[in-house]
Ligand binder design. Structure first.
Ligand SMILES: *[C@@H]1O[C@H](CO)[C@@H](O)[C@H](O)[C@H]1NC(C)=O
Ligand SMILES: *[C@@H]1O[C@H](CO)[C@@H](O)[C@H](O)[C@H]1NC(C)=O
Ligand SMILES: *[C@@H]1O[C@H](CO)[C@@H](O)[C@H](O)[C@H]1NC(C)=O
Ligand SMILES: *[C@@H]1O[C@H](CO)[C@@H](O)[C@H](O)[C@H]1NC(C)=O
Ligand SMILES: *[C@@H]1O[C@H](CO)[C@@H](O)[C@H](O)[C@H]1NC(C)=O
Ligand SMILES: *[C@@H]1O[C@H](CO)[C@@H](O)[C@H](O)[C@H]1NC(C)=O
Ligand SMILES: *[C@@H]1O[C@H](CO)[C@@H](O)[C@H](O)[C@H]1NC(C)=O
Length: 502
């Protein structure tokens, strides 16, 4: 019943979309009745994402609500204001005494915006900050703050049940100088009073991130010569290739400070939807989420319209990308209808109602006045995941971000694509398929390369394949959030990959 209803709903939306709305979207003259159907659909998708993490942001987007952060720079002042971050963390940081740890939080006033402020953390390496690479992490959503990763995945500390912070032995700051940014604008502690600063595509996003790096390295010339890596997860499978290309292009054109970009890593990402959506039934059948008869139905009824629509969106389509989204989403929805209430980030688990993870402590912590004071954000309220930012990216969703990657590989910039094996939504088969299908000078070498074990402490933690600058790694016993599920293996992966020994 639910299945039929959702199919009906989707197909009627699709009909709406294939008719006058396409034109309406192209020209930005939206007819309220029809565009509101899509908006409502996107709103419900965003709400579902937020509920699945047990988050409850007070605002749909961070506008600053009339406040400015206490430590941000006034107009005319420096672009970047950073302060030392002193949080009480229990346990042993490992190598250094706590006074030596360079933890910072700051705001960067984004150029080319009306009023946007980008919030970030810098955690200097616990190992050797002058030698270790600089690594930036981007969380997906789109529209979720990077604090999700900081506190639950690869940050220097985790949140205990009583909201104390505890050192994380496997924080990625054990092997890198680690930056987390809240982006796009309106996400996390990043804000703007102007809706004009809301981003809708990877051009806007990658320009903001490039500008942020320029500000960062201007303030931190001591890191300019360190190796630099871009990392992230999920929807960052879109951000990361665009950001890496933007940095590479800036370097080539001598646009600003040279960024020593050595590589980029995508964890359980969405990068090439045209290949990844048709991989859902393959993965679902392999993992026994659906039966062969279901598979045959999906393959004959739902996959062909998706395969037909997705290329029309391509790299820069607009209304065609909405059509592709509506044509491809039923594949995923049908699998979920059959599979029941599984956690699509980790098929070994069930969701309780809509709740798949419980990250509510993070919001509690970040909305405590003492923590906000320590971060220098003053009265700015934290927006864990912004539904408005999510909706603003609707047209970007189905775009193909693989196309910019070959040029980076040809110039020797490394790419690591890794995927926890139990994630459905950005599953390893879809990721493996696009990586193998990618045309570049090393394609033959890569596809023919043999699998090797990824061994940590004598145990196989994954299976990987490499050729030249390209590595694909399937991680065992992990879902969508690899550094949460396999913290030690994830840190080893980062360490070996950045040191060239993966
Ligand atoms: C401790 O840090 C120093 C640099 O401060 C580094 O050379 C050393 O390898 C680190 N040791 C461990 C066990 O992490
Ligand atoms: C970091 O490594 C370099 C080179 O191995 C070394 O000279 C330096 O002393 C190390 N830094 C610290 C703080 O140990
Ligand atoms: C909070 O929890 C941590 C870890 O479980 C524990 O070490 C600490 O003592 C607790 N703090 C308080 C105030 O209960
Ligand atoms: C925001 O964008 C609109 C439409 O492009 C423009 O008319 C307006 O001046 C912009 N506002 C600001 C503050 O730049
Ligand atoms: C996107 O832009 C490129 C040129 O920048 C063009 O060749 C291509 O046809 C455009 N459309 C799609 C759907 O990718
Ligand atoms: C989520 O976790 C918090 C903190 O542990 C707990 O108080 C709350 O009851 C949990 N919520 C749900 C719905 O399980
Ligand atoms: C390599 O590993 C992948 C993932 O486990 C598997 O699908 C593929 O068949 C393997 N390739 C070979 C040549 O064994």
């Amino acid at each position: 019943m639910a299945q039929t209803l959702s199919r009906l709903f989707l197909s009627s939306l699709l009909l709406l979309l294939l008719s006058p709305l396409s034109l309406a979207i192209r020209t930005h003259v939206t007819k309220p009745s029809k565009s509101s159907a899509l908006l409502n659909f996107q709103k419900s998708q965003a709400q579902k994402l937020i509920k699945s993490f047990n988050l409850s942001p007070k605002h749909d987007i961070n506008t600053g609500n009339g406040h400015h952060a206490v430590d941000e720079s006034p107009v005319g002042g420096p672009m970047m204001v950073e302060k030392p971050l002193r949080l009480n963390v229990l346990g042993d940081p490992g190598n250094n005494s706590i006074q030596d740890l360079g933890h910072h939080a700051g705001y960067y006033r984004l150029p080319d915006t009306v009023d946007a402020r980008m919030f970030y953390f810098l955690f200097e390496s616990r190992n050797n900050k002058s030698e270790d690479p600089v690594v930036i992490w981007l969380t997906g959503g789109p529209g979720c703050g990077s604090e999700l990763a900081l506190f639950y995945e690869n940050g220097p500390f985790h949140i205990a049940n009583n909201l104390s912070l505890l050192w994380n032995d496997f924080g990625w700051d054990q092997a890198s100088n680690l930056i987390y940014v809240d982006q796009p604008t309106g996400t996390g502690f990043s804000y703007s009073s102007s809706a004009n600063d809301t981003r809708h595509d990877e051009i806007g996003i990658s320009n903001d991130l490039y500008n942020f790096l320029q500000g960062f390295f201007k303030l931190h010339p001591e890191y300019v010569n360190n190796d630099f890596y871009i990392t992230g997860e999920s929807y960052a499978g879109h951000y990361i290739p665009a950001f890496a290309s933007r940095v590479h292009q800036g370097n080539k054109a001598n646009e600003g400070i040279f960024i020593n970009l050595k590589g980029f890593a995508i964890g359980n990402g969405l990068t090439d939807p045209e290949i990844q959506y048709p991989a859902y039934p393959d993965y679902a059948l392999d993992m026994n989420l659906i039966q062969q008869s279901d598979y045959d139905n999906i393959e004959s009824e739902l996959v062909p319209p998706c395969k037909q629509a997705a290329p029309l969106c391509g790299t820069n389509g607009s209304a065609t990308c909405i059509e592709a989204y509506m044509a491809c989403t039923p594949i995923f929805n049908e699998i979920m209808n059959i599979a029941g209430n599984i956690n699509y980030y980790d098929i070994r688990k069930q969701c309780v109602g809509q709740l798949c993870y419980n990250f509510s402590n993070m919001e509690k912590l970040l909305n405590e006045q003492s923590v906000r004071d320590a971060l220098g954000v003053g009265d700015i309220e934290y927006v864990s995941c912004s539904s408005t930012v999510y909706e603003a990216m609707t047209m970007d969703w189905m775009r193909n971000l693989e196309v910019g990657i070959p040029a980076l590989l040809e110039d020797g910039i490394k790419m690591l694509v890794y995927a926890g094996e139990y994630d459905l939504i950005c599953n390893w088969i879809g990721n493996s398929n696009w990586v193998n299908a990618m045309a570049w000078s090393g394609q033959k070498g890569f596809t023919a390369a043999s699998n090797v074990s990824f061994v940590v402490d004598g145990a196989e933690k994954g299976v990987m394949k490499s050729y030249g600058p390209l590595t694909f790694l399937k991680v065992h016993d992990a879902g969508h959030l690899v550094p949460m599920d396999q913290p030690k293996a994830a840190l080893e992966m980062l360490r070996r990959w950045t040191q060239g020994s993966l």
